[in-house]
Design a protein around this ligand. Structure first.
Ligand SMILES: [Zn+2]
Ligand SMILES: [Zn+2]
Ligand SMILES: [Zn+2]
Length: 88
């Protein structure tokens, strides 16, 4: 199956379980749908995804790793895939 990319943040969608579709576009999770569909007010004061900086308005798809929060597992994976390995 071809890899989808979020229409809002461009993150590769590797976890279809959080994927959302809206108006014919594909998003990594509901947080990006909310922002893409004009819910920016909702995002005020919310924690931002450490990968795509989308405000996390829907905690049900959020992933927390250490001190970092991600909007969904797609962003969490994108960061770990691109991260340089720590030396220690
Ligand atoms: Zn996204
Ligand atoms: Zn994200
Ligand atoms: Zn997401």
């Amino acid at each position: 199956m071809p890899q989808s990319i979020c229409a809002h943040c461009g993150t590769a969608i590797t976890h279809p379980e959080t994927m959302q579709e809206s108006a014919g576009k594909t998003y990594c999770c509901r947080n990006c749908v909310a922002m893409a569909t004009g819910g920016t007010k909702e995002g005020a004061g919310r924690p931002l995804c450490a990968h795509c900086e989308t405000p996390i308005v829907d905690e049900t798809t959020a992933v927390h790793r250490g001190s970092q929060s991600f909007c969904c597992a797609n962003c969490a994976d994108a960061v770990s895939a691109g991260a340089t390995q720590p030396l220690a």
